[in-house]
Design a protein around this ligand. Sequence first.
Ligand code: PLP
Length: 457
Amino acid sequence: MSEKKIPYKIYLEENEMPKQWYNLRADMKNKPAPLLNPGTLQPMAAEELAPVFCEELIKQELDDTTPYFDIPQEIQNFYKMYRPSPLVRAYCLEEKLQTPAKIYYKFEGNNTSGSHKLNSAIAQAYYAKKQGLKGVTTETGAGQWGTALSMACSYFDLDCKVYMVKVSYEQKPFRREVMRTYGASVTPSPSMDTAIGRKILEKHPGTTGSLGCAISEAVEVATTSEGYRYVLGSVLNQVLLHQSVIGLETKAALDKYGIEADIIIGCAGGGSNLGGLIAPFMRDKIKGEKDYRIIAVEPASCPSLTRGKYAYDFCDTGMVCPLAKMYTLGSDYIPAPNHAGGLRYHGMSSTLSQLYDDGLMEAVSVKQTDVFAAAEEFARIEGILPAPESSHAIKVAIDEALKCKETGEEKTIVFGLTGTGYFDMVAYEKFHDGVMENYIPTDEEIAASLAKLPKAE
Ligand SMILES: *Cc1c(COP(=O)(O)O)cnc(C)c1O
């Protein structure tokens, strides 16, 4: 084993950087279930997806046998602007907690979008450009994905139309202006611009929106505008593929210093950062080479893994998208205006859903006020002001470190610190003023939404 002194922050050298993304599906024994056509209930063929998605991305989406995909040089060049992201040892936090555990976090907030979303945005914009498209449409919840995509589109000179969940549009005017700085147009969703938006507003007047609604609107605009396709920042297999860069860098950094992780923790909205972070570790686990505890953390207000059902469901509220088999709360589920905007999605990536169903991964849900308490503790001791989404992982990393304190175990904990929270100050304000609510859906509410699941096996 190497005797190298482990730096406080581990960066990779250029020759150590990943040159390929890793497709975990290639090594999964039980493959994630295919997307189904909502009309015929048959697996979606590439031709059927072509009006909605970019060609090359469809290939990536449907490929569950190719383990590695080359990262195009143009994307590697863009990655150079903000990658590698550091793997940081949280010494101060360990000290404060008086834990024998070693805590590391992979920090993805060092770019203007403030999150890991840029890793996939730049890839998706690249393939859209390569196909000769004019532009792309998308939805954004908290705003990180929209910001990341705006940056990527301006880099490749593509038009970018963003449908932003209304509650975030109102709470985060500065996010909107960042997107407009990069040249994107931003519309609050549901809007009156689309047929589906008008329908949703009629059914739920005054709704604060949801990712599911915004997806429906963005898809409608993409399929009715010439030279446009729709892109999505989470959930899809292709996004997990691009995000594998997080896990590959993390693993390379750990291996470089002979560090063995015991527990890997990530927040889970649609599952992209977690899917990316765990990919190479899960590979070892599936192959029986290593064992890790892998923990997905979700908000108690939107608990798809811990309280949802593993079933085929629509990816969007408007029911225009293909059906995906996933842990879901039902596509009709509109979460309470919770501040963890990026975690307000009713379903979970089908890859992570399958891994969870196979018992290869654990899941826990955490209450919002506990998340903000952890966020504040982390900010005060480690300096970084974390995004509320990321703070779900912080909360559970702290819990696990405190368990080590009780048992005296020197476990190595690695968690994904997906982004910064500068645009989440309204939520932090509510927490500081003691008016933050812990909304937890009742069993009846979840059952009512699940009763509307499509019938498909
Ligand atoms: C979008 C987002 C998430 C959640 O999305 P996943 O696809 O589950 O990774 C988490 N953290 C931040 C900062 C985000 O922007």
